[in-house]
Design a protein around this ligand. Structure first.
Ligand code: CMP
Length: 251
């Protein structure tokens, strides 16, 4: 699969938002999404009527940095990564997003090219809304506009944390902070710890903490050897959250 390729079949796989039997869980979406939580069912229905549903297979770019874009996407199911790519193919991952989260709002709002590349990490179902429809909707629903501003403020806070992490901490601390965050946002509690429900390669973990795959591999192996982490069918399970907390605070 080629993550550097925009999803070419977005249009051919889309269908009317109004068609029956949606396969996403509206209640769960509202629980997880600041924007959706602020909307009544009637408002969500209204938005859905002006949207297209697009399906993106795993590991496809939805769009690339620099492309023109006049629509935003709400993730109905699946997960994506938001990243910057250097000319020589290096990647810096800015964010991982899951169901209920919104991306593509920056170009929609300021009319400038896409500020980052968004790639599906697994099969995704997205709701795509065009500028005209979304702006009209926001004008009619000021409460939703305020929630969107709150979501953007949270995103800025998260980016500040990312910069702090990259600037002020050593790799073990950066990696411990990342794993704790992934556990909190994408984890599933189980008797022996927290399973991180995202299949990220060690290179991608490195791209999230500004380190090479080799350094990440060395640190993860040390934690696996000391029982802090476990790999189960390719997924990381945090067995000793307290040790990671201490490591995160150690700087
Ligand atoms: P847009 O610029 O239209 O396309 C890329 C999208 O990535 C952008 O909108 C945001 O939705 C998202 N994005 C850009 N920068 C960040 C960031 N620092 N953190 C989270 N999401 C981002």
């Amino acid at each position: 699969m080629n993550a550097s390729q925009s999803a070419p079949n977005l249009a051919s796989k889309d269908r009317d938002a109004g068609s029956p039997a949606p396969t996403w869980d509206l209640a769960a979406l509202r629980e997880r999404s600041l924007v959706f939580a602020a909307m009544s069912e009637a408002e969500i229905d209204e938005l859905m009527r002006s949207a297209r549903i697009v399906e993106v297979p795993a590991r496809r770019a939805v769009f690339h940095t620099g492309e023109c874009g006049d629509s935003l996407y709400v993730i109905l199911s699946g997960k994506v990564k938001v990243s910057l790519l250097s000319a020589d193919g290096k990647e810096a991952i800015l964010s991982l997003m899951g169901a209920g989260e919104v991306f593509g709002e920056m170009s929609l709002l300021d009319g400038l090219p896409r500020s980052a590349t968004v790639t599906s990490l697994e099969d995704c179902r997205l709701m795509q809304i065009g500028r005209q429809d979304f702006v009209q909707f926001l004008k009619r629903h000021a409460d939703v506009a305020l929630k969107l501003l709150a979501a953007l403020s949270q995103r800025l806070r998260t980016t500040n944390k990312l910069v702090e992490n990259l600037s002020f901490h050593h790799l073990p601390s950066r990696l411990a902070r990342l794993l704790l965050d992934l556990g909190q946002r994408h984890g599933k509690a189980e008797p022996n710890g927290v399973e991180i429900g995202l299949r990220l390669s060690q290179e991608e973990l490195g791209n999230l903490v500004g380190a090479s795959r080799e350094s990440v591999n060395k640190q993860l192996r040390a934690w696996v050897d000391s029982g802090v982490l476990e790999y189960r069918q390719g997924a990381i399970v945090i067995r000793k959250v307290d040790v990671l907390f201490r490591q995160a605070l150690a700087g």
